[in-house]
Design a protein around this ligand. Structure first.
Ligand code: SF4
Length: 192
């Protein structure tokens, strides 16, 4: 039996959900699974909010675009069964967390998200390159992660989060490793 339950962003297990043309993360997936396996974690795969909204051939978008009441409602519906599961495991005193997100994602970023005032008609727009260059990484959370924690909060559930930076994962993987080791020593008590 697993020692604890973690919530893992969808595309770490299924990178086909990512924007087409995204860098290959096969090696990163193996490294994450190795750490979670060594710490006897049960893994719940979070849904991919963007795939379930825009499909496989969606364009890359920014938080500015996804931060609409419509996308938030979509995320709220997806969050519901995740929160239900967290509550049920906690009710049975099974340690839950962290939520493992994807740094830089407009949906699943934990401390970093991709933002910029995107949108509008592209054809005939001579300013497209400047628009693309205006997209940047900012210190903020992705929309799905915001909604998920708000939904958890409404049920008085607080889960820790760790974001993995795919372009430079060593530091974040070390943080994950360190977190799980300390949690083991604490016997499932809140990690500080
Ligand atoms: S980061 Fe989130 S929204 Fe983006 S592909 Fe991964 S699971 Fe889907």
């Amino acid at each position: 039996m697993p020692d604890r339950i973690v919530f893992l962003s969808h595309c770490f297990l299924n990178s086909q959900a990512k924007i087409q043309g995204s860098p290959d993360i096969a090696d990163l997936r193996e490294r994450i699974l190795k750490i979670l396996g060594e710490h006897k974690c049960g893994i719940i795969q979070l849904p991919c909010p963007e795939l379930l909204h825009g499909g496989v051939s969606r364009w890359g978008q920014t938080k500015y675009q996804y931060d609409s009441v419509f996308f938030r409602r979509h995320c709220e519906k997806l969050a519901e069964t995740i929160v239900d599961q967290a509550e049920e495991y906690q009710r049975h005193h099974i340690p839950v967390g962290p939520i493992i997100g994807v740094e830089g994602s407009p949906s699943c970023g934990v401390t970093l998200t991709c933002d910029g005032s995107w949108g509008g008609e592209l054809s005939g727009n001579n300013n497209v390159l400047n628009k693309i260059r205006a997209v940047k990484l900012v210190k903020s959370r992705g929309v799905f992660m915001e909604v998920l924690q708000l939904s958890m909060g409404r049920r008085s559930i607080t889960l820790d989060e760790i974001g993995i930076l795919e372009s430079d994962p060593d530091k974040s993987l070390h943080k994950l490793q360190d977190y799980l080791s300390k949690e083991k020593m604490l016997g499932g008590k809140k990690y500080e």
